[in-house]
Design a protein around this ligand. Structure first.
Ligand code: FNR
Length: 344
């Protein structure tokens, strides 16, 4: 594939679809039930207008940030997504190489189809690990220690999936992993726990030696409990609309959570980020950084490691454009005043 002609992330999806099996495409592209939340994730970003300033010196753009003691060159991470080998034969190895080439942090899914040691061997950028807790605490403890030993610098504990959503499009194509593709960290189709509570977060804290983020927070009351529980950060996420349909867009849920958390811990956000302006809007409304899911899967399917790098490069370039054109030279300059308020 000629990646040089790819101009934005929307153009990527049909190109990737043409190279994917129907089953893999439906797995990546679909949301739960009627996909209202999938659409709202996009519509909510589109509905936010920007309020630029002019005659600001934007000759030195600075997108760097510090997060949990880690220096990131720009505020875009790879969201954890499962089963990369159904998207590209090199699977998670290609994702890790692509992330490294773009200096991006790669959050590895519990449902990786490649062992962690193999990913760690090819990774040149930071790795984090996404954890689905099972009911088996010994198993979960071993998994955390394994991820830490392989160099994962943070744990994203997914809390919005006690059960999978009503994934009708996956049901229609009879989604199943092809023969020969397995999930070494989640053998025997080990399901996430349905009985997880805040008590388990306290236990996790006692086991983990790296920062813990709770992924899948939409309610400010849960954000408050997360702060009380002493976690390092939260990820405002609706799982790309794949679990509970008709929950709001993450960018609509963000302002109340930002208000409640009041700067006590960093807030990350994912769901529908496709443009540099979306990244800017999320930061303006209180996110420290964002994660990207589907476009990474499509980049992987279309161009392997180079496709993953290309997706990150496009988003990063677009963020810099958005900063220059709104007159915000640094991430700290991206505050609420960059959002257009029609009643003022
Ligand atoms: C996901 N997501 C996800 N989340 C998680 O915690 N563990 C996982 O294994 C997966 N797997 C997964 C597979 C695929 C194909 C998708 C699209 C998503 C959710 C993911 O981490 C993230 O929350 C969303 O993908 C972000 O939204 P966008 O960028 O995909 O719109």
């Amino acid at each position: 594939p000629d990646l040089s002609t790819l101009v934005n992330l929307f153009d990527l999806e049909p190109l990737a679809a043409a190279r994917m099996t129907t089953m893999a495409y439906e797995y990546v592209a679909s949301g739960a039930a009627d996909e209202f939340t999938v659409r709202w994730n996009r519509q909510a970003f589109d509905a936010i207008r920007l309020n630029p300033r002019v005659l600001v010196d934007v000759s030195q753009l600075d997108t760097r940030l510090s997060l949990f003691g880690q220096e990131l060159p720009y505020p875009i991470l790879i969201a954890p997504t499962a089963f990369h080998k159904i998207m590209h034969p090199d699977g998670e190895l290609a994702t890790a190489r692509g992330a490294g080439a773009a200096s991006a942090t790669y959050v590895i899914s519990s449902f990786t189809t490649t062992p962690l040691d193999d990913i760690a061997r090819v990774a040149s950028g930071p790795l984090w690990f996404q954890l689905y807790m099972s009911n088996d605490r010994a198993y979960t403890r071993d998994l955390i220690q394994h991820a830490e030993a392989q160099g994962c610098r943070a744990l994203c504990v997914t809390v919005d999936t006690p059960v999978l959503g009503a994934r009708n499009r996956q049901q229609r194509v009879g989604f199943a992993l092809p023969d020969g593709i397995t999930t070494p960290l989640m053998p025997n189709a080990m399901a996430p726990s349905t009985s997880l509570t805040w008590h388990d977060v306290a236990w996790l804290k006692s086991v983990a030696n790296v920062p813990i983020l709770l992924k899948g927070i939409l309610n400010p009351d849960d954000a408050e409990l997360a702060v009380q529980a002493g976690v390092a950060g939260i990820i405002v996420s609706n799982h790309s609309g794949r679990n509970l349909d008709t929950v709001p867009a993450t960018i609509d849920a963000l302002p109340r959570i930002t208000e409640r958390v009041a700067g006590r811990i960093p807030i990350l956000l994912d769901g529908g980020i496709r443009r540099g302006t979306d990244v800017l809007k999320a930061i303006a409304l209180g996110a420290s950084a964002v994660l990207v899911g589907k476009p990474i899967c499509f980049g992987l399917a279309y161009g392997g490691a180079a496709g993953v790098t290309k997706v990150l490069d496009i988003l990063r370039d677009e963020l810099e454009l958005a900063m220059a054109l709104t007159g915000r030279a640094t991430l700290a300059d991206i505050d609420e005043s960059v959002i257009w308020r029609s009643n003022r």
